[in-house]
Ligand binder design. Structure first.
Ligand SMILES: NC(=O)c1ccc[n+]([C@@H]2O[C@H](COP(=O)([O-])OP(=O)(O)OC[C@H]3O[C@@H](n4cnc5c(N)ncnc54)[C@H](OP(=O)(O)O)[C@@H]3O)[C@@H](O)[C@H]2O)c1
Length: 313
């Protein structure tokens, strides 16, 4: 997108103190857009300092008050939600934000979806994605144009929280089929893409992207390339065995009030490994300025500094 095409109306960003939201905000500003980041009252100034320095307006808003949110949304060209949480946030707070966007006459809304393709999943297979499906029905019924960005799994998780690449034993853990393609996108790529989508007035209902798509077998090859030593896939059982593990983990460590208890991560893996939530017909080429990061680069820690000259983080 050339700066001549960047809309002058501000993007209203909720969740700008978060991991993904902060990066979305930065890219919107780097691309020449105007940004109003709405944050909770009492948010420490250092948590918004980088966005403020980059040129964002920071506005404190009580997210439980639709009238306050409406004032904060006024004049906006697009509302972007990068909120994270459970029902109170994904359904209740986003509903307030949606109502406010509609009341303020904002034409477009990007919900905090950023996931595997939950539109293809039956209810009940993933607690967190069921909340997104519930909000999807609300946003679809509202008089506003919505766009969801679906990006698979954050590739960054492969070096930390997602216990798939087992460095100690040089194995890639999987259930089901070693040749099932899985979608991975870095947080930085997802943020850049979402920022450009927020500044693009003609986005469709869904945008599907994947920085890299690898089977468990190919993930082992990527780990071999990244670490310079042979990794092999390690089969832990069929998808049914993973379901049993989820059920048992849920019993012994329910963590119902946590956004990401272990069993929820396993539900996510089951959705991916079953192939049900695979992203099809990717929209990667919509913004050619984005250079997609490969999983091997993430694992090796060699992600180039310059994703693009004007969109680097
Ligand atoms: N595809 C994947 O693998 C993957 C992995 C992780 C996350 N995600 C998704 O990416 C999105 C962003 O996640 P993240 O990791 O960037 O989240 P995060 O770092 O935890 O940030 C969450 C943001 O939401 C705000 N927030 C939460 N509840 C709120 C409420 N009730 N009212 C107002 N603000 C609230 C937080 O504000 P405060 O700073 O004030 O708390 C913060 O700005 C989510 O949709 C998440 O599910 C996807």
């Amino acid at each position: 997108m050339s700066s001549a095409n960047v809309p002058s109306s501000p993007v209203i960003l909720a969740g700008g103190t978060g991991n993904l939201g902060r990066q979305i905000g930065r890219t919107i500003l780097q691309a020449g857009g105007t940004l109003r980041a709405i944050v909770r009252p009492g948010t420490a100034t250092e948590r918004t300092a980088d966005l403020r320095r980059a040129g964002a307006e920071i506005r404190e808003v009580n997210f439980t008050k639709v009238t306050e949110l409406t004032e904060a949304c006024r004049g906006g060209g697009c509302v972007v939600s990068a909120l994270a949480g459970l029902r109170e946030t994904i359904v209740d707070t986003q509903t307030n934000l949606l109502e406010a966007a509609v009341d303020a006459g904002v034409p477009r809304f990007i919900p905090s979806d950023f996931s595997i393709d939950f539109t293809r999943l039956p209810r009940g297979t993933n607690r967190n994605l069921d909340l997104r499906r519930e909000f999807r029905d609300l946003v679809n019924a509202a008089p506003i144009r919505a766009t969801s960005v679906l990006n698979g799994m954050f590739a960054d998780l492969l070096t930390g929280e997602a216990p798939l690449v087992l460095q100690k034993i040089k194995r890639v853990l999987y259930w089901g089929d070693a040749d099932q393609p899985l979608d991975f996108t870095t947080i930085a790529n997802t943020a850049d893409y979402t920022a450009l989508a927020a500044l693009d007035p003609d986005t469709p209902r869904y945008l599907r992207v994947a920085g890299d798509t690898l089977t468990p077998r190919q993930l082992a090859d990527a780990a071999s390339e990244a670490f310079g030593t042979k990794y092999k896939p390690l089969w832990a059982g069929g998808i049914g065995a993973l379901t049993t593990l989820i059920d048992v983990t849920r019993l012994v460590a329910p963590g119902r009030d946590q956004t990401y208890p272990a069993w929820q991560g396993m539900q996510y893996m089951r959705n991916m490994l079953s192939g049900r939530a695979k992203l099809h017909d990717l929209d990667n080429d919509r913004y050619p300025v984005i250079r997609w990061t490969r999983v091997a680069e993430v694992l090796a820690g060699t992600v180039p500094e310059q994703l693009t000259p004007e969109l680097s983080h």
